[in-house]
Design a binder for this molecule. Structure first.
Ligand code: ARG
Length: 278
């Protein structure tokens, strides 16, 4: 059992073996490979930036033949001292599960696996707004996992259907930045889901189509739990969103993630919250 007090930290994984080696989302094209040295530089910039704004970064070791392991948001979901490991939809990523789970196990977290065959892709599809847990489903995560996750963590859950294949994980189209606030891309959701969002989150900021396609929703927000974020590490082309956030007193830190967008991810996909969630 962990006794350590949670501190503002993220889990990251150096993209040592990163590449587009298969196609499991519409952004991935094996003929359009990332520039590897550039990807490493972009990842390092993100890590430096997060440390500069006061975050501690823990690392899990990259493994060969698991090119997407850098996207640690998909490791699982941590809440308090409970870690729910992911069960990846595609066999291409399933090999990551054991390495992520053992990282948490070795550090004394309580591991609560979902039943076999219940697909769940971690924080990529599970984001807290205050104490409410918003969960995405359809492309990766199965809706039947939502109720189990709510029971394990003893939190209220809200299921959001993702209807656009380009926005296949919840964190590509939705990101909380305070106890009652989130940015979102409306076209990633159907009208019923939009109603759930609008009824339960008082402060919702829409992102436009162009910026959403630069992964503007995949912003890393940093700030004291329970309050509005103080910092936003966001996709450099998302200038409009940057201005809106600055207008709300949030300091913005634009960052290039072009090489990761080729695999369908950006800044937030590259980090997993360790005891510091909205
Ligand atoms: N290529 C990876 C996949 O398709 C990208 C994962 C992006 N992660 C995220 N949290 N959205 O699984």
């Amino acid at each position: 059992m962990r006794s350590q007090k949670p501190r503002p930290a993220f889990l990251m994984c150096r993209p040592t073996f990163y590449g587009v080696e298969y196609e499991i989302n519409p952004w991935m094209d094996v003929r359009r490979q990332p520039d590897h040295p550039r990807a490493i530089r972009q990842w390092q910039m993100l890590r430096n930036m997060l440390q500069a704004i006061g975050m501690h970064v823990e690392l899990v070791r990259a493994r060969p033949s698991l090119p997407d392991m850098g996207f640690t948001a998909n490791a699982g979901l941590l809440h308090g001292d409970i870690f729910i490991p992911s069960r990846f939809r595609y066999k291409e990523r399933a090999g990551e599960e054991v390495f992520f789970t053992s990282w948490f196990f070795r550090r004394g977290y309580r591991i609560r696996p979902l039943p076999a065959g219940h697909h769940f892709e971690g924080e990529g599809d599970a984001l807290f707004v205050g104490e409410k847990l918003f969960l995405g489903y359809f492309h990766r995560t199965d809706i039947r996992t939502h109720i189990l996750i709510g029971e394990i963590l003893e939190v209220p859950i809200f299921s959001l259907e993702l209807v656009n294949p380009y926005f296949y994980h919840l964190d590509t189209a939705f990101m909380p930045f305070g106890p009652e606030s989130a940015i979102y891309y409306p076209k990633a959701f159907d009208s019923y889901t939009l109603r759930i969002l609008r009824q339960n989150i008082p402060d919702l900021i829409p992102v436009n189509a162009e910026e959403a396609h630069y992964f503007a929703c995949n912003t890393v927000f940093v700030g004291p739990k329970g309050k509005q974020a103080r910092h936003a590490v966001l996709s450099a082309p998302a200038r409009r969103l940057g201005k809106i956030l600055e207008g709300r007193g949030i300091e913005t830190h634009p960052i290039e993630t072009s090489e990761f967008i080729k695999a369908g991810g950006s800044s937030k996909c590259l980090v997993l919250n360790l005891g510091y969630t909205y």
